[in-house]
Design a protein. Structure first.
Length: 167
């Protein structure tokens, strides 16, 4: 349990609307898309997300207050991918939808979600993960690694230490 009675739990198909809310506002906060474009994105994503949550190709986690309010979340898209000589795994992972409601930011929720997701990936045998960082999220991802990244695509890999920037 985090401070203030906040707990992180796994997302289920019942959480589809809150995940879409987070995704919509994540893009809005980055200045991407008009209201109409964001509405269309959410409408197009809804059936995909429901299916992905049900079949575990999207694994999400949500931070929830004691009174049931969802205040942050993040997820991992797991896709089929051909194996490589150094990695026989035929799945790849992409972290996405990391979002914290504005009034709950700067409390470590996104960090806790990231650490949980990276731990889960390691436990599942993944050798790496990719994420595309927003300008606001970038300091968090940089703090998870000792090497300063130069671009906004980060890769965690067991092939090298920690989380690092993919150039």
């Amino acid at each position: 349990m985090l401070s203030d009675g906040i707990q992180i739990r796994r997302a289920t198909p019942r959480d589809c609307d809150i995940i879409l809310h987070h995704r919509r506002f994540m893009f809005r906060d980055m200045g991407n898309g008009t209201d109409a474009e964001l509405d269309a994105m959410a409408a197009a994503t809804r059936p995909w997300l429901l299916q992905a949550l049900a079949n575990d190709s999207y694994r999400g986690w949500l931070a929830e207050t004691g009174d049931g309010r969802i205040i942050a979340g993040g997820g991992i898209l797991i896709s089929s991918w051909p194996a490589r000589p150094e990695d026989p795994n035929t799945r790849r992972a992409l972290i996405l939808n990391v979002y914290t409601e504005p009034s709950f930011r700067r409390r470590g929720l996104a960090r806790e979600l990231m650490l949980l997701m990276i731990s889960w990936l390691r436990d599942q045998g993944f050798q790496g993960v990719v994420l595309h960082a927003s300008a606001e999220g970038r300091p968090l991802y940089e703090s998870l690694d000792s090497r300063p990244p130069t671009r906004c695509v980060f890769v965690w890999s067991d092939l090298g230490p920690g989380l690092f920037c993919q150039c």
